[in-house]
Design a protein around this ligand. Structure first.
Ligand code: MG
Length: 379
């Protein structure tokens, strides 16, 4: 592995963990974070959580787990070629979606609406904050602390966005939202890798599901260009390979673009170290032309895939399940297992939100079935 750049996050200069622990003996602090994330229960549950398509709609579609692995793959390539800390980037990428509710964004929006309605002072639901809550509080694996006790740099990278009100409450990881500075370069990189991964795999899954067509996608310059190029190199290539090669070529171009643009920005900004890099604005970026094309693609996917009537039917159902679960539990908390009972209404609402957010798609459907169908067996 190449030597880390001066502005990379160095594990031995980490701002440390919330609870002091002996240094790891055979791996770096960031490697230990990555390993803790992989062993977490919330990580395993990503396998059964929706990316766009509900888990039971087909075995070949991306789930939050395979999405997180693709993000980690892209982030690691970028980190290594920019001489940034690959272990930290990988840890952030693997953890970035741990706080996602069942049923993707529909589940999150509904849970947010429920919390705001039933416990307005609780501050709603944000999946980035929930990811941090999972690694800081909710995982129960270690004898002497709650959560995974990750390094500051990993926690900072997980908290991609957050409102000012929350930032004020969060202490050290929230400070950058108040100071308006950037997170580490590794965190910026994991964020962009997320975008590269989902834009491309949503095209792939969209085509596979038949909800998107090649004709529609031709209207997107970035897709049309790579598609035409692939056909020039391999005329008459069969459809499945053609789509795959087109997407491969798009991902490659995006990675190359980020590497070149970021390298140039780093040469110009010359941050002396990782702390200085945080004050230089967003250094990890696409070139403006590619940024423009990627935004157009995002918009296209939003209009044509995420709001496709078949996806809308599914998300509508999902929202109803989340709302009905939340209302049943808040009206009668005794429907929950005893360790979720609280006297304080706000704490109770947050515990219900944690309970629902932790569910997989199929668990939420099963739970809904158990609570609302008469004649079901007790289980
Ligand atoms: Mg993601």
């Amino acid at each position: 592995m190449p030597e880390l750049a001066a502005y990379a996050s160095h594990a031995d200069q980490s701002r440390g963990r919330r609870h002091q622990e002996p240094a790891p003996s055979n791996r770096s602090e960031f490697q230990r974070d990555r390993d803790r994330i992989i062993h977490a229960g919330a990580f395993r549950r990503l396998e059964y959580k929706t990316q766009v398509f509900i888990n039971h709609e087909g075995d070949l579609f991306r789930t939050r787990l395979t999405h997180s692995l693709e993000v980690a793959q892209i982030a690691r390539v970028l980190a290594r070629s920019l001489r940034l800390n690959e272990d930290l980037t990988e840890a952030i990428a693997l953890a970035h979606d741990l706080g996602h509710t069942p049923f993707g964004h529909a589940g999150q929006d509904e849970l947010n609406a429920c919390l705001r309605e039933f416990a307005p002072e609780a501050g709603g639901f944000e999946h980035n904050l929930q990811s941090l809550r999972v690694v800081d509080e909710l995982e129960e694996r270690y004898a002497s602390f709650n959560g995974l006790n990750l390094c500051f740099e990993t926690r900072e990278g997980i908290l991609k966005h957050c409102s000012l009100a929350h930032a004020r409450r969060l202490g050290d990881v929230g400070q950058r939202f108040i100071d308006r500075t950037q997170p580490s370069l590794e965190a910026q990189l994991a964020n962009l890798a997320d975008e590269i991964a989902y834009n491309n795999h949503d095209i792939d899954d969209g085509l596979r599901s038949g909800l998107l067509t090649l004709e529609q996608l031709q209207a997107m310059p970035i897709f049309a260009r790579h598609y035409a190029h692939t056909l020039t190199v391999w005329p008459g290539l069969a459809a499945r390979r053609l789509v795959s090669e087109t997407i491969r070529s798009m991902i490659n171009t995006l990675i190359t673009d980020v590497t070149q643009t970021t390298s140039a920005k780093l040469v110009q900004a010359k941050p002396a170290d990782a702390v200085a890099a945080r004050g230089c604005g967003a250094l990890v970026a696409f070139s403006s032309e590619v940024r423009h094309e990627a935004d157009a693609l995002k918009k296209f996917l939003y209009e044509n895939l995420y709001r496709h009537y078949k996806v809308m039917r599914m998300t509508n159902k999902a929202r109803r399940i989340v709302r009905e679960l939340f209302s049943a539990f808040i009206q009668e908390p005794r429907l929950l297992p005893p360790d979720y009972w609280y006297d304080d209404q706000m704490v109770q609402a947050r515990a219900i939100s944690d309970y629902i957010a932790g569910m997989t798609d199929r668990y939420a459907m099963r739970e809904h079935h158990r609570l609302f169908r008469m004649g079901e067996q007790f289980d």
